[in-house]
Design a protein around this ligand. Structure first.
Ligand code: ADP
Ligand code: MG
Length: 476
């Protein structure tokens, strides 16, 4: 693949990220790779069938549009599931340069933990009965407790240590936090530790696995066996609940949840949002989910990041005794790589790989070079609707209250539409929310504005330029 193509791909990803927002992007697109561009067709690969079908049914047009904005000759997107041997843009990791490497520790530093390849079809319903694979490194021992996760950690410990005869204290335990803040780590720690205690069988399932397990179980008519298997477990742990989609899957999930809770079994759930914000779930499911203990884990503070790094280096040293990271480097990474636990892991993996491959000690200078892109200066800033209104008003020489007013003269209608369009593309706000913030307008009005501007920028170069400039101002 040519450099130009790769650079184009980087821009396409940037566009996609801006359009769908960081969270959606990292959930669905972070592991999408460019394989080839041929005759107007772009071939992209993802690691699981699930991702493939999800992206195909929900984001195919968006992805195509982002490519077409890059290159008008592109007419088609082809999604494939890459097998483990296919090349990927992530450098292949040998076990001996994985931090705290071990047999199960083959996670790529940039992987997001869920959605490893799962085989479907051949093993049919039986597949559904096992849990999702666990990472041997994600235990309580390696979990660092800090201000942002004290409560979640304590609750998790409690659940893992409870005996069969103990009354269930909070059910379900519902932990929510943003990407990379330790949800999966905590859930797998519960699973390891609970199963090691041998008191209760703990089953860890990603929502993806629950969905596929259940769907394939239904298809092969072993739903009964699946339910039977669920009954045999003491603690059901479900990760990334926000990905559980589809009315019938959700209904079945609700059923399972109720059955388990009523039978005094523990349910533990992690999600990227609180129960009340699981928009696609029915009210009664949401209220059941919120009926136990709901705990949020906040972002990792600098101190916690530093401690996590320290612990990681320590763990890595048991496999790579010569690996040493001087304190100033740890401080530097803790200060600059602020995004989340995954990036911290990625940063250390790079230092380790670099020092292993070159045989040179880790220095501040090397660290600065290696982690530069993890600092993400290019990360789009969170843009506020007020800022958009202010900047647009200034650009078009109208007042902010004009934008919010019901006036319909041409000199305010267009700026208002531009501002709504920017609000939709640069923030994660929903159409109704944007409508409210623009003087209490209906969401259909916002949708109309967004479509209108989208339609115009395709033909009107001057407008496209204006909007680019506004975006740049807002994201600086
Ligand atoms: P989430 O599931 O919330 O997206 P993960 O549990 O996958 O996040 O965490 C991302 C990375 O950060 C993992 O490598 C994890 O081990 C690490 N991490 C996050 N929080 C902590 C913590 N408190 N202690 C140690 N490692 C952590
Ligand atoms: Mg996770």
């Amino acid at each position: 693949m040519s450099n130009a193509e790769l650079e184009g791909w980087t821009r396409v990803r940037g566009r996609l990220r801006t359009e769908v927002g960081d969270d959606v992007y990292s959930s669905w697109f972070a592991r999408m790779d460019l394989e080839a561009i041929e005759d107007g067709a772009v071939r992209l690969s993802v690691p699981t069938r699930f991702l493939k079908s999800w992206i195909q049914s929900h984001y195919a047009e968006r992805v195509l549009a982002c490519w077409q904005a890059e290159d008008t000759k592109i007419s088609r997107i082809e999604l494939i599931v890459r097998s483990a041997v296919l090349k990927s843009t992530v450098p292949p990791k040998k076990p001996d340069i994985t931090v705290a490497g071990n047999e199960a520790g083959s996670r790529f530093p940039s992987g997001n933990g869920h959605g490893r390849p799962i085989s479907l079809g051949d093993s049919g319903g039986h597949e559904a009965l096992g849990g999702s694979p666990l990472d041997a490194r994600l235990t309580f021992e390696s979990f660092v407790v800090g201000r942002s996760n004290t409560l979640a950690h304590a609750a998790a410990k409690q659940v893992a240590a409870a005996r069969r005869s103990d009354p269930v204290m909070f059910n379900p335990l519902y932990i929510h936090a943003g990407v990379g803040l330790g949800k999966t780590h905590l859930l797998q720690a519960i699973t390891w530790s609970g199963n090691a205690a041998g008191e209760r069988k703990v089953l860890y399932l990603t929502a993806e696995k629950f969905m596929y397990g259940f769907v394939s179980a239904l298809r092969t008519q072993t739903a009964l066996a699946f339910k039977e298997a669920l009954r045999g477990i003491g603690v059901l742990v479900i990760d990334d609940l926000q990905f559980l989609q589809g009315k019938s899957t959700q209904a079945e999930f609700c059923h399972t949840l109720n059955a388990l809770i009523d039978a005094g079994r523990q349910v533990v759930i992690a999600s990227d949002r609180p129960p009340s914000e699981l928009e696609t779930f029915e009210d009664r499911v949401r209220s059941r989910l919120g009926g136990g203990l709901v705990v949020e884990m906040g972002s990792l503070g600098e101190e916690l990041r530093f401690e996590i790094l320290k612990a990681r280096v320590q763990a890595a040293r048991s496999h790579h005794p010569s690996f040493d990271v001087p304190l100033p480097v740890l401080t530097y990474i803790a200060k600059t790589v602020t995004h989340n636990g995954r990036d911290l892991e990625g940063a250390l993996n790079r230092l380790l790989a670099h020092s292993k491959l070159t045989g040179q000690p880790v220095t501040l200078e090397m660290a600065e070079r290696e982690v530069r892109d993890l600092i993400r200066p290019q990360e789009p800033k969170r843009v506020k609707i007020e800022d958009i209104q202010r900047v647009v008003a200034r650009q078009y020489n109208v007042s902010r209250s004009d934008l919010l007013s019901s006036r319909r003269t041409a000199n305010v209608v267009r700026p208002r539409q531009v501002a709504m369009y920017l609000a939709k593309t640069l923030t994660l706000r929903s159409l109704p929310e944007i409508g409210r913030r623009f003087g209490g307008r209906d969401h259909t009005t916002v949708l109309h504005a967004v479509r209108k501007i989208e339609g115009l920028v395709g033909n009107d170069m001057a407008l496209a330029e204006e909007i680019e400039i506004l975006k740049r101002q807002l994201q600086e």
